[in-house]
Write a protein that binds this ligand. Structure first.
Ligand SMILES: C[S@@+](CC[C@H](N)C(=O)[O-])C[C@H]1O[C@@H](n2cnc3c(N)ncnc32)[C@H](O)[C@@H]1O
Length: 254
């Protein structure tokens, strides 16, 4: 009871400090209620529905960019970071939750033919991704885009990728989805490969907002990775570039 009262007071104070966020929040609250009442309770069907609605309005906004300039800038940010950290044209890259290729089109352009693979749970955003390939004239690079409904990677062979990348995906995922990914991702990573993923970091209580935005303590994800034979390192040099934090996971030696 005290907890509920505390949450309500917090929300009222927050609304008074940010009145411009009240309408969008109420819109999302209403959507959350509708999706859940219509039986979209598991993460994949719920988030597919979110992406279907948002992509119909604007694929750039659906992946979190308010306009074309922000879409380009956010892709550039992800691309520059990976290239600065050693992404080479002869690397094989898997992008988890590739969206409409905000960063993906730059990776495709940078990598040799056939070395970019993107997966997503949303058919709508993958159609927008196809459109980006065409708009950017990248057909000859033969990127592979695949619809998935879980993160077990069971169709893939062992040690398939040098680099795996997931930007702004775990920020929308409940912990069991992240755990599923951690349980299987080590198998498809090469020995010296790495997996970068961003997440919403909190120093306080872990929570979600309307089943769309999830907040985790870094220590929770680092311990989860460890349980699945992965070493996770908090990427300090990413801090301040973006509102989310980044972890780098590698297979724990031995
Ligand atoms: C905020 S968008 C980011 C897209 C892209 N990474 C980027 O930075 O432009 C999140 C994407 O992750 C996808 N997604 C959400 N949960 C997923 C999951 N469990 N597996 C794969 N993709 C997922 C969504 O459909 C969406 O395309």
């Amino acid at each position: 009871m005290a907890d509920a009262r505390h949450r309500l007071t917090y929300r009222i104070r927050y609304a008074l400090r940010h009145p411009e966020r009240v309408r969008p929040y109420l819109r999302r609250w209403w959507r959350d209620l509708r999706f859940r009442l219509s039986g979209k309770r598991d993460h994949v069907s719920y988030y597919r529905e979110v992406m279907r609605a948002d992509t119909a309005r604007d694929p750039r906004k659906a992946v979190g960019s308010a306009n074309q300039a922000r879409w380009l800038a956010l892709g550039q940010l992800q691309f520059d970071y990976l290239v600065d950290h050693g992404l080479r044209p002869d690397h094989d890259l898997l992008e988890i939750g590739c969206g409409n290729l905000r960063a993906g089109w730059r990776f495709i352009d940078h990598l040799d033919v056939g070395r970019y693979h993107g997966i997503d749970i949303s058919p709508d955003i993958l159609l927008a991704a196809n459109r980006t390939v065409v708009d950017r004239g990248l057909q000859a690079k033969e990127p592979r885009l695949r619809l998935v409904e879980d993160l077990t990677f069971d169709w893939l062979p062992d040690a398939r990728y040098d680099v795996i990348h997931a930007h702004s995906v775990f920020s929308h995922c409940p912990i069991e989805v992240i755990e599923e990914c951690f349980a299987h991702v080590g198998r498809i990573l090469r020995e010296d490969g790495w997996f970068d993923c961003t997440f919403n970091a909190t120093a306080g209580k872990e929570h979600h907002v309307l089943h769309e935005d999830y907040y985790y303590r870094p220590a929770t994800l680092i311990a989860l990775a460890e349980r699945h034979g992965l070493t996770a390192v908090f990427q300090e040099d990413w801090e301040g570039r973006h509102k989310q934090s980044k972890l780098r996971l590698t297979n724990t030696a031995g």
